[in-house]
Design a protein around this ligand. Sequence first.
Ligand SMILES: [Zn+2]
Ligand SMILES: [Zn+2]
Length: 367
Amino acid sequence: MRAAILRDDSGTLNIEDVTIDKPDRNEVLIKTVASGLCHSDLHFIDGSWSFLAMYPMLLGHEAAGVVQAIGEDVVGIQAGDHVITCLSMFCGYCERCLTGHSYICSERQQVQARQPGNQPRIIDNDGAEVNQFTGIGSFGEEMLVHQNGVVKISNDMPLDRAALVGCGVTTGVGAVFRSAEVKPGSTVAVVGCGGVGISTIQGAHLAGARQIIAVDLEQQKLDWATQLGATHTVNPNDGDPVAQVLELTSGGVDYSFEAIGLKQTAEQAYGMIRAGGLATIMGMIPPGVNLEIDGADLFLSAKRLQGSIMGSNNFKVDMPHLCDLYLGGRLKLDEMVSRTITLDEINDGFTAMKNGEVVRAVIDFGT
Ligand SMILES: [Zn+2]
Ligand SMILES: [Zn+2]
């Protein structure tokens, strides 16, 4: 199959022919129909997370497709099914999984890749193992994934929209409903209005927040945010974004969300909450970067600061529900796809993302 392979931190993906194996007992072979380009992929391409890279590497983790074949132990998924993949793969038997927190499964490595000594799922032309980012690797024409990273969805759901649910939408909407549990009538600020931030804004809208403040440096993104549920916008080019949010809310929001992954914006998100407020950090802050907050303020104002990964999802349940919200017209996904590209245009797609030109670029692999 053809796939976009990352071989170093030069910033470019190479389109190569690689060989993908047949499904093992618990695996699902999927024809990739659509894959979004996510900032988490970009972090590996631009080198900011390259210390975790395992070259050669097949990136891509926000995808939907059609099942081609299944292993003998796969249950609930059949050839021909339309599916979404999710990087929140779970073992199903660790303490985290058994207490309903499978998004932070402690045995994930058991399902992300085949265990050492076995034939790799994907090899390149030299016979070297190609590592699937997060156990998925959706920048290829096919995906071979453990069944605990795959969920069946309705055939009514367009697969190029379903792909977005695979990461960005679940992360943003899930942060609102599962991580922060935003209450109706509350006030919300979202720092960073790319795919995750826009999804957070939509989640806050669905949750009945009365004031939803979008914060971004790009006017285009603030316009998109307004179309998709933001009631107010703040551009840091116009002055300190924390001061602007405090002014708009008479002292701070009930909930803030950070969707960029920078020390500065994470600290700003914390600064935007009122006494008793909750700041949720979704961005991929690089390891070794420390946040600084005023300890006395945290204590005296009873503020809360939390991380949220992949929207604290239970994706086998959540993703079909999110598809239903789209099909019912309540979750807007068409508006989030700024650009549709081919696999060969993937490097241009990431350049557009870096330049802030898109909410989401989606690769259409054709049917
Ligand atoms: Zn992602
Ligand atoms: Zn587990």
